[in-house]
Design a protein around this ligand. Structure first.
Ligand code: TXA
Ligand code: MG
Length: 349
């Protein structure tokens, strides 16, 4: 299949292009598009064949449900059984934005889109291109992140192209994304809404709107003995090609330990990549040392994390060491993704 790549520019009139892309989706095709979190791989959420194609293009297990993206509040009611009051309040506070809410689904949404579940995940992205495309495609776009299953989510169109050229009809290049990590997912079907995946919208932010919010116990640990409630969280996601180890502890010791291990790995013929921060990066001796920013600037770290993992892949890095990060605020989402990428391999020094 030929994959058409179209570039949309901010401040330009892109309506014609996006209308064309909307037609591709309406006709059952797949279009990758930018959102504020990561690039999405979109198909018509109401068309079971489109959802099947999405799973095939990603190489993703079909029991892993897709998020339905909408562009206005009126479009929510038809696809869910009810809108709980708490969900209305969250929508008012955070939509459009990086929050996905889970509802009981109505009959309009096919089981192919929800991986066989009676619930549906819904998000209204805060990105002008995504909004216009959803509108042009008829209002409902099912979209997982636009990566091959098991690879880091794409934050740039070139990474979408790396994974998806030849597999989908179109890629819309809207430049760099703003956030760089996937949306927060919250299950609104529980008495106490439950966070299933941490993201930019933190527990503290949600608690400013709702009285109480729970957290899926399986989020940060490998050994809680519980399967995570979001089916996708059980897979070894976000995996770079190199073997990733997180090193945690006093920063000086961390740098020392990583340098020792780097030498050892290099002697064995490995190409070593290191994820550090602005204050430490000059002290490392890896083949490729990349800073994800200042330690206390979570937003920058979040934005650079997947990109850094992909850059290591591109450079043929076979072993990666990363510093560990604080888990306060958005740090929880960062560590959740990093731990998954590392298969929970953490060394404490
Ligand atoms: O930021 C995002 O959310 C991006 C952009 C493109 O919007 N999308 C994204 O989709 O990250 P995906 O498919 O990569 O991750 C969706 C996650 C999976 O872990 C899936 O299991 C979970 O959402 N999920 C979807 N529907 C669900 C449901 N009904 N119940 C529980 N978990 C659900
Ligand atoms: Mg994904």
């Amino acid at each position: 299949m030929d994959t058409q790549i179209i570039r949309v520019d901010e401040g330009h009139e892109n309506t014609g292009l996006l209308r064309q892309a909307g037609e591709v989706i309406k006709a059952g095709g797949l279009v990758a598009f930018p959102t504020e979190t990561v690039y999405g791989l979109g198909g018509d959420a109401m068309n079971p064949d489109s959802s099947r194609k999405i799973y095939a293009a990603k190489g993703r297990p079909s029991d892993n449900p897709l998020i339905v993206h909408i562009c206005c509040m009126e479009d929510l009611a038809p696809i869910v059984k009810e809108i709980p009051e708490a969900a209305r309040r969250l929508a008012e506070a955070f939509w459009p934005g990086p929050l996905t809410m889970i509802f009981e689904k109505s009959d309009l949404i096919p089981y192919e889109t929800t991986g066989g579940l009676d619930t549906v995940a819904v998000r209204m992205p805060n990105h002008p291109v995504a909004m216009e495309l959803i509108h042009a495609a008829g209002g409902y776009i099912a979209a997982p992140s636009a990566n091959l299953s098991g690879r880091p989510s794409p934050t740039l169109a070139k990474y979408v192209a790396e994974d998806m050229v030849g597999r989908i009809e179109m890629i819309i290049d809207g430049g760099d994304v703003e956030i760089g990590l996937e949306s927060t997912i919250i299950d609104m079907t529980e008495d106490i809404p439950l966070i299933l995946r941490p993201g930019y919208i933190t527990k503290e932010m949600l608690e400013e709107v709702l009285q109480s919010v729970g957290e899926d116990k399986a989020l940060m640990s490998d050994s809680s003995g519980q399967a995570p409630k979001a089916p996708g969280m059980k897979y070894r996601h976000y995996a770079p090609k190199g073997e990733l180890t997180i090193v945690d502890g006093d920063l000086r010791r961390v740098v020392e330990y990583i340098n020792e291990q780097t030498m050892f790995m290099q002697e064995k013929g490995h190409k070593v990549g290191i994820i550090g921060t602005d204050a430490t990066i000059a002290g490392y001796s890896g083949d490729l040392c990349k800073s994800v920013g200042e330690r206390d600037e979570e937003a920058t770290i979040a934005k650079r994390l997947y990109r850094t993992l992909r850059e290591f892949d591109d450079e043929g890095v076979t072993v990666i060491f990363s510093e560990s990060f604080d888990t306060a605020g958005m740090g929880q989402a960062i560590m959740n993704r990093l731990l998954k990428a590392a298969g929970h391999h953490v060394i404490r020094v």
